[in-house]
Write a protein that binds this ligand. Structure first.
Ligand SMILES: N[C@@H](CCC(=O)N[C@@H](CS)C(=O)NCC(=O)O)C(=O)O
Length: 221
C-alpha cells in the first residue's frame, strides 16, 4: 500500500478545499491539525515543512512537499484525471480555470495574511479596524468581479461539472466577511457554493472539517 498524503491545516483553513478534493479522489490522507493564525507555538510546527509557516502544506506520497493552495489543487486535479475535477490541457475552459484559480489565490486569499493579524500592518486598534474594513471591501469587490464572469444558469463555476475551483471558492467564501456578504455580492456564485455545500459525496467531509454550524453563514468584519 502506498503512503498517504499528509495534509497540514486545521479545520476551516485553506486545507479544507484540498481535503475535499482528496476525499473525492478516494485518496488516503493523514491530517495534521495546525492553526498558524493562533500564534507562535502553532507556526513553529510548520517551520520544517514550510518556511512561510502557513497552511495548507501537502506532503505527497513520494515525500515531496508542496504548498500554495491553488497550485496544490491544480496539481491534484491533473494527477487524478478520471475524477474530472478540472478542464484538461486543450479544453476550452482551461484558460478561465487557471485564471480564476490564480485570482482567488492572489487577489483574495493573500489578503488574509493581514486580516488574520491586522497588527502586521497597522499599529493602533483604529488602524487595524480600518485595515479590516478596507480589505473586506476589496474582497467584496473581487467576488463581484468574479461573479460577473460566471455565465447565468451554469451548475458550477466553469461548466456544468464540479471542479476544484468550486471547492476552493466554497471554502474561501466562508471566511470573513463571510457568506451573507458573499451571497449579496455574488448571487450567481451563491447558488453554486450552496450546491457544493450540499454535495452528497462531501457531506461527511464538511461535517468533520468545516461543520454547517457556527458563524460562517453569517456576516462578519
Ligand atoms: N499563499 C498561501 C496562503 C496560505 C495562508 O495564508 N494560510 C493561512 C491559513 S488559511 C495561514 O497559514 N495563516 C497564518 C499566517 O499567515 O501566519 C496559499 O495560497 O496557500
Amino acid at each position: 500500500m502506498s503512503s498517504p498524503y499528509v495534509l497540514y491545516g486545521a479545520p476551516g483553513s485553506g486545507a479544507t478545499s484540498i481535503h475535499a478534493a482528496l476525499t473525492l479522489f478516494g485518496a488516503s490522507v493523514m491530517v495534521m491539525d495546525v492553526a498558524p493564525w493562533q500564534g507562535e507555538d502553532q507556526r513553529a510546527k510548520l517551520t520544517r515543512v514550510n518556511p512561510m509557516r502557513q497552511v495548507p502544506v501537502l506532503v505527497l506520497p513520494t515525500g515531496e512537499v508542496t504548498t500554495e493552495s491553488a497550485a496544490i489543487l491544480i496539481w491534484l486535479a491533473d494527477h487524478y484525471p478520471s475524477a474530472r475535477l478540472a478542464p484538461r490541457f486543450g479544453d476550452a475552459a482551461r484558460g478561465q480555470y487557471l485564471r480564476r484559480m490564480t485570482f482567488v489565490a492572489a487577489e483574495i486569499y493573500s489578503l488574509y495574511w493581514v486580516r488574520d493579524e491586522p497588527s502586521r500592518l497597522a499599529q493602533t486598534p483604529e488602524a487595524q479596524a480600518f485595515v479590516l474594513d478596507r480589505t473586506a471591501e476589496r474582497i467584496a469587490e473581487c467576488w463581484r468581479i468574479m461573479d460577473a464572469q460566471v455565465p447565468r444558469g451554469l451548475l458550477y463555476l466553469l461548466v456544468d461539472e464540479l471542479s476544484v475551483l468550486d471547492l476552493y471558492v466554497t471554502v474561501v467564501s466562508r471566511w470573513q466577511p463571510r457568506r451573507l456578504r458573499f451571497y449579496r455580492e455574488a448571487p450567481r456564485m451563491a447558488e453554486i457554493v450552496r450546491r457544493v455545500d450540499s454535495e452528497p459525496r462531501l457531506l461527511e467531509h464538511w461535517q468533520a472539517r468545516y461543520p454547517f454550524v457556527g458563524a460562517w453563514e453569517s456576516e462578519g468584519p
